[in-house]
Design a protein around this ligand. Structure first.
Ligand SMILES: *Cc1c(COP(=O)(O)O)cnc(C)c1O
Length: 406
């Protein structure tokens, strides 16, 4: 039996949902203990990660990028990238999607619904459904359907039905509303495969467990390649799944400083950003109590980010707790800075990462300076390279051409 207290991270999380969803959430929470934690499930899931996803993903040292960011190398000793961009389907999302769809088959579910922003979670879920032969329905805001066209095509090719959502800001928040609505109406046959460490309990815990493979691997790789733990971690935060997946293995190691980076859009001083932890207030969104962006009346506000995967006015509850306990420091990156970071990493390292990922990369210099000052020596940083940038190519080219042409 789950105690009520364990459904919370500090005072965040819980389940603020319609009565009809309580039983299915209980069923899922039970399955987390009775199925996911069991050796048989772990064996099958980890075999898929190894033989299908291509795990473990490499830990790559980025020396030229470190020198471009810190020419004197007085702040950065080593810069390591955890290469989730090299996962099958191009981002960390597949770790969780395979886990949840495998779990759904064990629970006897015959239909999968999902929401997606950048389309990476939609592609990952469509991929897992194709592998297991389950029908897949992906809700996606109309604005995201337009700006992430390659991923829409990919989902359709994989046999998924993509449903464009025209409500609200026509982005991730609205897609999630529709996915939840579908789940409520079809709950006996359907598993709702959430793409981030958000939503009502047990989702934030379930997704964090599936994504913890990132940090578990990175910790071993760092010790092998460096002989020590890193001084600091950096990850971008949308709902917060790649970040929590990296952090969990290191949370108990006080010597490791931990940073998360949110999307500042046009700037946190404007009203066009997605910096929920930096500028938000405590509220309820999609079944969970956490920081949210809202107006004076407490209505959820529209978020803005150039990266569809971070364009969300909420954040997973564990991040709100980690902000409050000060274990993690949350920073933000503007659209403009994210674009510059993509180009810089591409030219220094031959890696075109996603615009979401770029938010973490844009703060490497700041984090290095903060930590080097505190420790009185150059520091080793471990950055989550959460996904590849192919899906962003049209956005990147249009913005970069505009910027060359004053
Ligand atoms: C979806 C996505 C994110 C944001 O989601 P989190 O749950 O915060 O990790 C970040 N990077 C990439 C490449 C993504 O596809």
């Amino acid at each position: 039996m789950q105690t009520v207290a364990s459904r919370y991270f500090g005072r965040f999380g819980g389940r603020f949902v319609a009565e009809t969803l309580i039983a299915p959430l209980d069923e899922l929470a039970d399955a987390m203990g009775n199925i996911v934690d069991q050796p048989a499930f772990q064996g099958q899931w980890r075999s898929l990660l190894r033989n299908y996803v291509g795990r473990p993903t490499p830990l790559t040292e980025a020396a030229r990028l470190a020198s471009a960011i810190d020419p004197s190398r007085s702040a950065i000793a080593h810069l390591f990238l955890k290469r989730e961009d090299l996962c099958h389907t191009g981002a960390h999302k597949i770790n969780n999607a395979l886990g949840q769809v495998l779990l759904a088959t064990k629970m006897g579910k015959t239909r999968i619904v999902a929401e997606t922003g950048a389309g990476q979670h939609g592609v990952a879920t469509a991929t897992a459904c194709a592998m297991f032969g389950l029908p897949c329905f992906v809700y996606m805001g109309e604005e995201d359907v337009a700006r992430q066209a390659p991923n829409v095509g990919r989902m359709q090719l994989l046999g998924a039905e993509v449903i464009a959502v025209t409500a609200g800001s026509r982005t991730l928040k609205d897609a999630m509303n529709e996915a939840i609505r579908d789940w409520v109406s079809n709950v006996s046959t359907t598993h709702y495969c959430i793409g981030s460490a958000a939503g009502p309990y047990p989702y934030p815990e379930l997704v964090a467990r599936f994504q913890s493979v990132i940090g578990d691997e990175a910790k071993v790789q760092c010790c092998d390649q460096l002989g020590a733990l890193p001084d600091a971690l950096i990850a971008c935060v949308g709902g917060g799944s790649n970040a929590i997946g990296l952090y969990r293995a290191f949370l108990d190691h006080e010597s490791v400083a931990i940073f998360g980076v949110e999307a500042a859009g046009d700037g946190v001083e404007t009203d066009r950003h997605a910096a929920t932890l930096t500028k938000g207030r405590i509220g309820v969104l999609h079944g969970s109590k956490s920081y949210v962006l809202c107006d004076e009346q407490g209505q959820i506000a529209e978020a803005h980010s150039i990266s569809a995967g971070l364009d969300y006015p909420g954040v997973g509850p564990e991040h709100s707790a980690l902000k409050e306990s000060k274990r993690v420091t949350y920073l933000s990156t503007t659209d403009e800075e994210a674009l510059a970071a993509v180009t810089q990493t591409a030219r220094c390292e031959g890696i075109i990462h996603a615009l979401e990922t770029a938010h973490a990369f844009a703060r490497i210099g700041d984090v290095a300076r903060i930590c080097a000052r505190e420790r009185g020596r150059p520091v080793t940083l471990l950055v989550s390279c959460s996904g590849r940038g192919d899906k962003d190519l049209s956005t990147l080219l249009s913005k970069l051409v505009v910027r060359k042409d004053p």
